[in-house]
Design a protein around this ligand. Structure first.
Ligand code: ADP
Ligand code: ZN
Ligand code: ZN
Length: 709
């Protein structure tokens, strides 16, 4: 008998246990049983771990271990289907790039349902009740969120609970305003067929043709052509059609494609256009799906039955075998950044995956990020398909206007009502109204070091920079004009929404722009993309455009420019054209003035110069570190200690700067500016590890966010 067969080389699997604890770092060696000989990289195993059982992922196979073979334990079970090996490698990369752990990063790429049993295929459906309709008409107190959910149910009919927010719905249910009923779901959900189904494939315009030709050359793998593109074109310029035809070519070449969109529930037209064009070859992955459905879609991709995956951020991990193309639609959207550990940016991960697979990357936006303009090859679509010009934008100076609506805005609204058109009004009021503005001249108090607005810590009566910690006493009169009307910005606009309702009833739909107070992140895209029909929007109004301009962060200019531009792109697409009004205390602000002239190139050029001067991305990288604790002095102490540990690694360490208390915890922030991102991420990781014991004793938790948004 052949000696090798009788006594085959022992097979050892190096397994990363899937635990949340940072202290546990694998991989650990396990001895495979003979019948487990086909276990490969990416296999998911249930293994004994200490006194418990845990799931783990095989990182590599080996024939030797530092431990004696007979001391190794055996896995209990192999749980198919396992993770494709390229995704195991990608997870390792993410753990390193985003200062996370291999286990947490592997959690991103596991087959849905791998970590728990399959749940029954039931979904909750929410329906608005009679009292719910009455509540909407004003009879009851509702939070903004509750009102938004109710109006959605009212206008669009019963809907699935999860994407609307089950918590909110449960509270509404308790008050009898909605009904929730579980429904068995047996079929795969298709997104609702909104928008018109395209009969055929339209002939491309010249601009589209040129853009697609460049992409096709890259897809063919021609030498010396770029493989990373930025499709820069206003809303309605035909970007999606270019994506569709690029995907078509990818499929024809026998490869697969990933199409990332900001959020499925809010981009139903995009999804249904892909489904309409490619049918069952499209799989949709999103959070509204039950675990079972996610699993089914994942398996269709894994088996090759589906070759196009459309989905938000996490779809970048779609288990496709051979990816020819990755599309990132609305590439400026902040939802591409994951706000929990691992704090990955799907746009960056997409670039990495494209490298792994030799795929073409195609990002698109009407308001691309300055960093994309520098790093990607730009293809322009300068005109709308319907050839209608962009609407004129009028900037109204609100200094000295002591009413939330400028008289010209009121007139414009009245005109629209008379003509029977639609208006979009962005109420930009809920986020960071924590900066000080002079009502007389519009001056805002800025950090002399960082070019970001100082934030008012009202209770303590001081202004602080959330980047570098620079502080000053809150002034009681304006140094520029002497006015004593210095106020927290946004105060006084709270009543706008009610006022609009009173004046115009339900004849004008009111959209609200919510800025998420915890992250300072604008939600413009979400609000604007809600799947409404923009064909006859005659007027767009931004109230308080300087609100985004004063986010205490270096992307403030970019967001403000995007706010106005994205709105303009959705106005005036009907027969009668349209117009946009921007109310602001800062009419001369560059981002507002350039957006009003539709001058994207001018804005990008200026913004890039500014960022270069200040060392902001893409000319440097930022890493944000937040220490939080119920006790302010402990948080500060740990932040200072970390400052000391990180400073020798080079770069510029700003802070500690106080942030607002959040959920009962005081927070202190360090911002690190550096040129060499990866080595700085490593240094920060090492410092955090070194300081972990001390932080633990003081009850301080530390989070690290490379590339904060
Ligand atoms: P974007 O993604 O830039 O907003 P779309 O691709 O959605 O633009 O195009 C806007 C509209 O024009 C859509 O209704 C689309 O079907 C249509 N469209 C796009 N390209 C063409 C074309 N070449 N010929 C005719 N209609 C087109
Ligand atoms: Zn002033
Ligand atoms: Zn500062």
């Amino acid at each position: 008998m052949n000696a090798d067969l009788a006594n085959p080389a022992p097979l050892i699997a190096r397994v990363e246990p899937l635990t949340r604890t940072r202290a546990v770092r694998g991989p650990f060696d396990y001895r495979l049983r003979p019948e487990q000989a086909d276990v490969g990289v990416g296999a998911v195993l249930r293994v004994p771990f200490g006194r418990q059982k845990t799931l783990g992922v095989v990182l590599e196979l080996a024939s030797e271990s530092e431990l004696a073979f007979d001391r190794l334990v055996e896995p209990d079970a192999v749980l198919p289907p396992g993770v494709p090996p390229d995704l195991v490698a990608l997870a390792g990369w993410i753990a390193e790039q985003y200062c996370s752990t291999p286990a947490r990063a592997l959690g991103l790429v596991l087959p849905p349902g791998a970590a728990g049993g399959g749940r029954p295929r039931r979904v909750l459906i929410a329906t608005i009740t009679e009292p719910g309709v009455e509540a909407l008409l004003g009879a009851e107190r509702l939070t903004d969120r509750q009102r938004a959910v109710l109006s959605r149910l009212h206008s669009e009919g019963p809907g699935e609970a999860t994407p609307l927010g089950t918590g909110t719905l449960r509270r509404l249910e308790a008050r009898g305003l909605v009904e929730l009923s579980p429904v068995d779901r047996t079929e795969r959900t298709l997104s609702p067929a909104v928008g018109r189904r395209l009969g055929g494939v339209p002939a491309l315009t010249g601009e589209q043709r040129r853009a697609l030709d460049a992409i096709l050359a890259a897809l063919r793998g021609e030498d010396a052509v770029s493989r990373r593109f930025l499709l820069h074109g206003v809303t309605g310029s035909g970007k999606t059609e270019v994506y569709l035809q690029a995907v078509q070519a990818t499929l024809a070449a026998g490869r697969g494609a990933i199409v990332l969109v900001p959020e499925i529930a809010l981009t139903p037209q995009t999804v249904s256009r892909f489904q309409a064009r490619f049918g069952d070859v499209v799989a949709v992955l999103h959070s509204g799906l039950g675990r079972r459905e996610r699993h089914d879609e994942w398996m269709r991709l894994r088996s090759g039955e589906a070759r196009v995956c459309v989905g938000p951020r996490s779809a970048v991990f779609a288990p496709l075998a051979d990816i020819g193309l990755i599309v990132v639609d609305e590439e400026h959207d902040p939802s591409y950044k994951h706000e929990k550990d691992p704090r990955y940016d799907a746009r960056t991960v997409a670039l990495r995956r494209a490298e792994q697979h030799g795929s073409v990357l195609l990002a698109g936006s009407a308001t691309p990020r300055p960093e994309s303009v520098v790093t990607l090859t730009r293809l322009r679509l300068a005109h709308r398909i319907d050839r209608r010009p962009l609407p004129p934008v009028e900037v109204l100076d609100m200094c000295g206007v002591h009413h939330p609506l400028h008289p010209r805005t009121r007139m414009a609204l009245a005109d629209v009502r008379t003509a029977g058109g639609k208006a979009i009004i962005l109420l930009n009021r809920r986020g960071w109204s924590n900066f000080l503005a002079c009502r007389g001249c519009g001056q805002v108090w800025m950090c002399p070091n960082c070019e970001v607005a100082l934030v008012l810590h009202g209770a303590q009566g001081f202004l602080a920079c959330h980047h570098c910690g620079h502080r000053r006493r809150a002034p009681d009169r304006c140094e520029a004009c002497g006015s004593v009307a210095v106020a927290r910005h946004g105060a006084g606009t709270e009543s706008v929404e009610q006022e609009l309702r009173d004046a115009f009833g339900s004849e004008l739909p009111v959209f609200r722009l919510d800025a998420d107070t915890t992250t300072g992140k604008g939600r413009l895209a979400k609000t604007l993309a809600k799947g409404h029909d923009f064909a006859d929007v005659a007027l767009g109004v931004v109230l308080d455009a300087d609100q985004t301009l004063r986010f205490p962060d270096f992307r403030a200019e970019e967001r403000t420019f995007a706010l106005v531009t994205q709105l303009a792109g959705r106005v005036g697409r009907g027969e009668d054209g349209g117009r946009v009004i921007v109310q602001t205390m800062a009419p001369a602000a560059r981002s507002i003035a350039l957006a009003a002239r539709h001058d994207a190139d001018g804005f990008l050029a200026h913004e890039l110069r500014r960022r270069e001067a200040l060392g902001y991305p893409p000319y440097g990288s930022l890493i944000r570190l937040v220490c939080s604790s119920p006790d302010a002095s402990e948080a500060h102490a740990v932040a200072s200690r970390l400052h000391g540990l990180i400073a020798p690694a080079g770069g510029i360490v700003l802070g500690p700067a106080p942030l607002f208390r959040l959920r009962g915890r005081s927070r202190n922030q360090l911002i690190i500016k550096c040129r060499d991102r990866l080595s700085m991420v490593r240094a920060v990781g090492a410092a955090v590890e070194q300081g972990a014991a001390d932080a633990g004793r003081r009850g301080v938790s530390v989070s690290v966010d490379p590339d904060p948004q």
